[in-house]
Design a protein around this ligand. Structure first.
Ligand SMILES: NC(=O)C1=CN([C@@H]2O[C@H](COP(=O)(O)OP(=O)(O)OC[C@H]3O[C@@H](n4cnc5c(N)ncnc54)[C@H](O)[C@@H]3O)[C@@H](O)[C@H]2O)C=CC1
Ligand SMILES: O=C(O)[C@@H]1CCC=N1
Length: 270
């Protein structure tokens, strides 16, 4: 069974570690490197895995190294690991915007999978887009897929550029739904509900709608039509959304996220 090292033990790393353990990966096969002593103690206590303050030490003997640090420090982290990597090790980067070409250059290494997960991984309901560099073997692809599938589902991408779109749709996506719920709660309070009740109504509605989307054979548009009685309340609300350019706002917002993902690649490349 593969030995997996996480470099950076923040939000996304802990979601993935939790998922792997829940799917039966033994704690002894997972370790994490993290500069914050407080965070190391938290992770060790929560998951009972070995932690390191030193990235190089953590990577010795690993089959798979998952880079889970912020894009801004990725170069420095990669360059400090370059000397010690062996050709068989698989690198998986979850950083937004950092290309496999940059990673390969900084790491002096070719077996790289780039992926874009999302925070619902924390509750094993994540979705990730994955892209493999040419040197990645079929077995390594399967291993990467297994890791990401332990916290939800995954899709393989044929072109690396598509990761910008994945970031815009699902990487950043949970925040859009949270924003909608925030706005619905605020609107519910304005309409006379107390905040607790408004939250309960909005949250359970989000959960119910998400489950219907996943479980029903009907499309999103068909499910929406089922709620929308002619000349009824939903129609009144949706007319207002659309008069304010709802679809075009969503399209512009996702384009901004995709553009930012591409910009990050430029910003952190020579
Ligand atoms: N938060 C999200 O929704 C998503 C984040 N990502 C990507 O995941 C990566 C990590 O994001 P988060 O987990 O949200 O960030 P985070 O800030 O929670 O975690 C990063 C961790 O790296 C540690 N760190 C800092 N310097 C380090 C070093 N030199 N060596 C090792 N560890 C170091 C930090 O102390 C921190 O615990 C980012 O590159 C981000 O683009 C990808 C998909 C979704
Ligand atoms: O906002 C970000 O840059 C990261 C990547 C996708 C979600 N969070």
């Amino acid at each position: 069974m593969n030995k997996i090292t996480f470099i950076g033990a923040g939000n996304m790393a802990s979601s993935l570690i939790g998922g792997l353990l829940a799917q039966g990966t033994p704690a002894a096969h997972i370790c994490a490197s993290e500069p914050s002593a407080e965070r190391r103690a938290q992770i060790a206590q929560q998951f009972n895995i070995q932690t390191f303050a030193d990235n190089q030490q953590a990577c010795a003997g690993a089959d798979i190294i998952i880079l889970a640090v912020k894009p801004q420090i990725m170069r420095q982290v990669c360059e400090s690991l370059a000397q010690q990597l062996t050709a068989q090790q698989l690198i998986i980067s979850i950083a937004a915007g950092i290309t496999t070409a940059s990673l390969a250059q900084w790491l002096q290494h070719q077996s790289i999978v780039r992926c874009m997960p999302n925070t619902p991984a924390l509750v094993q309901q994540g979705i990730s887009g994955l892209f493999a560099a040419e040197a990645v073997s079929t077995a390594q692809k399967q291993a990467a897929e297994h890791i990401l599938n332990s916290v939800g589902a995954s899709v393989w991408l044929s072109e690396e550029q598509q990761i910008d779109a994945v970031t815009a749709v699902s990487g950043s996506g949970p925040a859009y739904f949270f924003l909608l719920v925030e706005a619905m709660v605020e609107a519910g309070v304005k309409l006379g509900l107390n905040e607790h009740t408004a939250k309960q109504l909005a949250q359970q509605t989000a959960l119910g709608a998400a489950r219907m989307l996943c479980e029903s054979p009907l499309s999103a548009a068909e499910l929406r039509q089922q709620v929308t009685s002619p000349q009824g309340t939903t129609e009144a609300a949706i007319r207002r959304f659309q008069a304010a350019g709802f679809e075009s706002i969503v399209s512009l917002a996702l384009a901004a996220a995709a553009q930012r993902s591409a910009e990050l690649a430029q910003q952190f490349t020579d």
